[in-house]
Ligand binder design. Structure first.
Ligand code: COA
Length: 264
């Protein structure tokens, strides 16, 4: 079990190779203030560096919210320069999560609004409870998304849905989010832990260096031409032939037994 300082707005716990990072401000529906953004950045830095961690689950404390957005009370008093810095702090966190060398799974247990949806979109997979609602409601505050929402939503589900969510600001159901491709799966709220646990356990058993290569290839491919992406994929593919895990995975298939991957 990893240590979590008592007063931290973020808690961390380990179950085998699965690390769970939880935003711990349930009385504020886990809203992201600057201290929480920093605590999340520290938690992800530590998870990236720890070889015992193979997958990270990100969630929010309490029954109501994953994260209900950036902290509106904190934003209310910011100057333009401070507002830009707050945006840059949030964007840096989202980029850090997106570029994690191990899979990050968002467990969307309730409201994922504004910065909460931006946080979920930075994760590699999103599983939502059927009671969850997601949206980009910043327009109702005289704002626009500032932690990458206008850009990641666009890349995730296209211009029509992005403009609908960001222009109208109305939250949508988890089911609609699934139809739009914003989340990967929706399950009954009481089945969320089992579904997230199954996916996390599968990822924890997978070959870590292959997972990393795949995350890299998809990220790079999303930012470049097809030719450049294909070249990058070949390089990553070739590199994996230098790993013991690739020999183990292919041998285990041929020998009709389960593979055991060692991160080597
Ligand atoms: N920032 C700061 N505080 C927030 C917050 C946010 N984004 N979202 C909720 N809270 C706080 C509320 O102020 C309230 O605090 P209080 O008890 O000290 O007054 C507490 O969390 C509970 O929220 P409340 O609004 O009473 O819950 P609700 O069930 O009536 O409504 C929501 C839930 C999610 C619909 C509503 O809280 C909401 O619209 N939040 C803001 C969503 C948003 O605009 N996010 C984008 C921000 S950029």
């Amino acid at each position: 079990m990893a240590d979590t300082p008592a007063a931290s707005p973020v808690s961390v716990s380990d179950d085998g190779a699965v690390r769970t990072v939880t935003v711990q401000r349930p009385d504020k529906l886990n809203a992201l203030n600057a201290a929480t953004l920093q605590a999340l950045a520290d938690a992800f830095e530590a998870a990236a560096a720890d070889p015992a961690v193979r997958v990270v689950v990100l969630t929010g404390a309490g029954p109501k919210a994953f994260v209900a957005g950036a902290d509106i009370a904190e934003m209310n008093g910011l100057s333009a320069v401070q507002g830009r810095d707050f945006s840059l702090l949030g964007q840096a966190l989202m980029c850090r999560i997106e570029r994690m060398p191990k899979p990050v799974l968002a467990r969307i247990n309730g409201f994922a609004l504004g910065g909460g949806l931006e946080l979920a979109m930075a994760c590699h997979l999103r599983i939502a409870a059927d009671t969850a609602k997601v949206g980009q409601p910043e327009i109702n505050l005289g704002l626009i998304p500032g932690f990458g929402g206008s850009q990641r939503l666009l890349r995730l589900c296209g211009r029509a849905a992005t403009l609908e969510l960001c222009l109208l600001g109305a939250p949508i159901t988890a089911e609609r989010a699934l139809q739009l491709g914003i989340v990967n799966d929706v399950v009954p709220a009481d089945a969320l832990d089992a579904r997230v646990g199954d996916i996390a356990a599968q990822l924890a058993r997978s070959a870590p260096l292959a997972l990393r290569g795949l995350l890299d290839a998809v990220h790079v491919g999303g930012e470049c031409s097809l030719d450049a992406g294909l070249e990058y994929e070949s390089a990553q593919f070739g590199l994996l032939f230098a790993t013991e895990d690739m020999r183990e995975g292919t041998s285990a298939f041929l020998q009709r037994r389960p593979a055991t991957f060692q991160n080597r």
